[in-house]
Design a protein. Structure first.
Length: 573
């Protein structure tokens, strides 16, 4: 079935291409308005008929007809016509940060640049900087964005890589008795540049170990060998590697390909390496490899050859945070700002998942692009929260509470959105940067530190603002930021959206050393967004985050006590 996201993306691309081709301004506006309101629609667009679609704000008869066409045919004739008259390279340029449709139109129509490679050359020789409306800074920004895009080519985010790996595994199981996902996916890397599978059969195959693979597996014959198949799957550009392994070597090979080289060559007191011990005959599982080495089992996620050997001497695997150890979900959005579901829907689903509290943190007033809450809206939301808390607990059973939060924009000077008397009305505050992202490290660090030092700040949200495979985060002095959080009792967020996973897991241990708790937050803009916490838990475990250092592993009673103490300190200060 056609999803809401597909419908919205189709309409949005159509609007961009119409603007690119100088289409009627009012028609373009009809598309963009529809996209704005459809993005907020919480129901399933694909099941609505024409008349029902026209009841949605921003959707007139023309747009309703377009949506029906997309649902019925899977595409839009108008979009297909625009695509046939637009070079593919021009469409690729939409991925470049810092230039919109108007600038792309100038590049293509006036300068004849119709692909990213030619654009890069024009920037490098200084041509773009001389064009009216661009200038040196835009030229530098384009080059930086192109460099970043090139460095991310052939890579997938954790969520996409896991989903694709599971599809391929299911396909391979038709041809092999044993198929295991290995490599970067098993280690829960936030970004994956290759998919690795180990396969085995009890009986030899005629024509070679990979002769039975169908056309969906596109082989790179030059890179392959009798025991290793290399290539790609369907039209996915990520590298795919399949290794045939004898049954009696499967455990050893799975262990080797699920760890960094520095992990495998680490020596124990006897001078033995994990790599050597993994070759021992008669082993039944990976736990026995570590037992022979003389330490408890280390999960695949942590096998980076970094901190894990010291960590496992002080902790147990049971100490690592899990989904089940989380007691609440903080940093979420509702239809009060840019969320897709109402406050009651978000709360009810959170309660159904078994959590004890929901922290709502809609955008603050400066975030006009996200329908940030004016002060009157804050008051309205707080009144609704109080009513919902009574309603959700009226039936008895396990206590549940909606906490009054806000995602307050960190303004350019480091101050928080809203005056102090409004900030004091919230149970907690997630402070985040959403604007003016092109900062130097000293400037970004100074801005964040000022926000952390604000007595009303509870959590520092997505500390670098990165979007994996799309946008580099602004540079910060991690140690200075974490040290400041420690001094001010501020929580660090692990934004669990697979697009972010920010704070980077590599800094979790430094946070723990400094006594800084971390909160695994989905930044959910719809009910299903809560499940992104699975990705946050994965990278948190990779970084060795323990339950006792996880903020939203606090029970409702513990959370209320923590927030009350912090608020009283802010009011006194």
């Amino acid at each position: 079935m056609v999803t809401n996201s597909y419908i919205i993306e189709t309409l949005e691309l159509t609007a961009k291409l119409m603007e690119l081709h100088n289409a009627d301004e009012f028609k373009i506006r009809a598309y963009t308005n529809a996209v704005f309101y459809l993005d907020k629609y919480t129901g399933d667009l694909a099941v609505l008929d024409f008349s029902q679609l026209t009841q949605i704000q921003g959707v007139g008869k023309m747009m309703a007809g377009k949506i029906v066409e997309i649902v019925s045919s899977g595409t839009l004739r108008e979009l297909q016509e625009l695509l046939t008259t637009t070079p593919e390279g021009v469409i690729d340029m939409f991925r470049i940060k810092g230039i919109g449709v108007k600038k792309i139109k100038v590049l293509w129509k006036e300068l004849g640049i119709d692909n990213i490679n030619d654009l890069q050359i024009a920037c490098e020789n200084g041509t773009i900087g001389k064009v009216k409306g661009f200038g040196g800074k835009t030229q530098e920004a384009i080059l930086a964005s192109i460099a970043f895009l090139n460095s991310q080519a052939g890579k997938l985010r954790m969520d996409k890589a896991q989903a694709l790996a599971e599809v391929i595994q299911e396909d391979l199981q038709k041809y092999y008795a044993k198929v295991e996902i290995s490599g970067q996916v098993r280690r829960k890397n936030e970004v994956v540049d290759s998919l690795l599978f180990l396969v085995s059969n009890t009986e030899p195959q005629t024509g070679g170990f990979f002769a039975a693979l169908p056309e969906s597996f596109v082989e790179n014959a030059k890179a392959s060998s009798p025991f290793t198949w290399r290539g790609s799957y369907l039209d996915n550009k990520i590298d795919l590697e399949i290794k045939w392994v004898p049954q009696n070597q499967f455990l050893h090979k799975q262990f080797v390909y699920s760890a960094d080289a520095n992990h495998l060559k680490h020596k124990n007191e006897k001078g033995q390496t994990l790599l050597k011990l993994s070759k021992t005959d008669g082993l039944n599982n990976e736990e026995e490899i570590y037992e022979k080495y003389g330490i408890p089992y280390i999960i695949p996620e942590m096998r980076e050859g970094d901190f894990e050997f010291d960590w496992i001497q002080k902790r147990k695997n049971e100490d690592l945070v899990t989904w089940d150890s989380l007691k609440g979900i903080v940093h979420n959005h509702s239809t009060y700002s840019d969320g897709r579901h109402s406050l009651e829907q978000m709360a009810t689903y959170c309660q159904e998942l078994g959590f004890e509290y929901l922290g709502i943190a809609d955008h603050s007033q400066s975030a006009q692009y996200a329908s940030g809450l004016l002060i009157t809206k804050v008051q309205q939301q707080h009144a609704e929260i109080e009513q919902l808390n009574k309603k959700l607990n009226a039936a008895g059973g396990k206590p549940f509470k909606i906490l009054k939060g806000i995602e307050s924009d960190i303004l350019s000077d480091g101050s928080l959105d809203y005056p102090d008397e409004v900030l004091a009305s919230f149970d907690y505050i997630v402070a985040s940067v959403h604007s003016n992202l092109t900062m130097t490290e000293p400037r970004a660090t100074e801005r964040l530190i000022r926000a952390i030092e604000n007595p009303y700040t509870t959590i520092l949200g997505h500390p670098t603002g990165r979007l994996l495979l799309s946008r580099q985060g602004y540079p910060i002095d991690y140690k200075a930021i974490i040290d400041c959080c420690a001094e001010n009792g501020v929580i660090m967020e692990i934004n669990a959206s697979p697009y972010r996973l920010d704070l980077d897991w590599r800094w979790i241990q430094y946070c723990i050393e400094k006594g800084v708790m971390l909160s695994i937050n989905p930044d959910a803009h719809e009910m299903e967004g809560y499940h992104d916490m699975h990705y946050g838990v994965a990278v948190a475990r990779k970084g060795g985050l323990t339950t006792d250092m996880t903020f939203n592993a606090l029970s409702l009673v513990e959370m209320e006590a923590f927030l009350a103490k912090r608020r009283s300190r802010a009011l006194v200060g």
